[in-house]
Design a protein around this ligand. Sequence first.
Ligand SMILES: NC(=O)c1ccc[n+]([C@@H]2O[C@H](COP(=O)([O-])OP(=O)(O)OC[C@H]3O[C@@H](n4cnc5c(N)ncnc54)[C@H](O)[C@@H]3O)[C@@H](O)[C@H]2O)c1
Length: 126
Amino acid sequence: MNFKRNILITGGAGFIGSHVVRLFVNKYPDHRIINLDKLTYAGNLANLRDVEGAPNYEFVRGDVCDCERVGELMRTYGIDGIIHLAAESHVDRSIEEPFAFARTNVMGTLSLLQATKLHWESLPER
Ligand SMILES: NC(=O)c1ccc[n+]([C@@H]2O[C@H](COP(=O)([O-])OP(=O)(O)OC[C@H]3O[C@@H](n4cnc5c(N)ncnc54)[C@H](O)[C@@H]3O)[C@@H](O)[C@H]2O)c1
């Protein structure tokens, strides 16, 4: 099937992400929604059981910090839109494990931006 848009949603198994994924999958059947999530303690695919078989939905387990893998995903799916919701979000953990926060929230976001830039530069029409 040819999709009108291919949207990457990161952190789609989390609290906010699962609602956004469900909304997009149901509201835009002509858009393909690719959910990239590492499934940390905060991610739970049970949140998305009702849409897991939808023809316009794909789940990919992976880390936003892996710039190369994210770039590969963008090429494979022809990604043309991104909603970035993957994060370390629990305040108590930010005190106990601050490096995990910096890694995902800062380096993960940078990695996603860099993969996006490289993907965009590789397109025939930017
Ligand atoms: N929950 C709220 O009320 C709220 C309000 C405003 C803004 N936000 C923001 O929305 C974003 C998401 O919040 P949430 O409450 O859904 O968080 P959450 O902790 O429930 O979900 C985060 C998701 O990101 C995934 N994830 C974590 N590290 C990852 C990585 N390295 N690679 C790929 N996936 C990874 C987790 O597995 C999880 O599914 C955060 O930036 C948060 O600050 C949340």
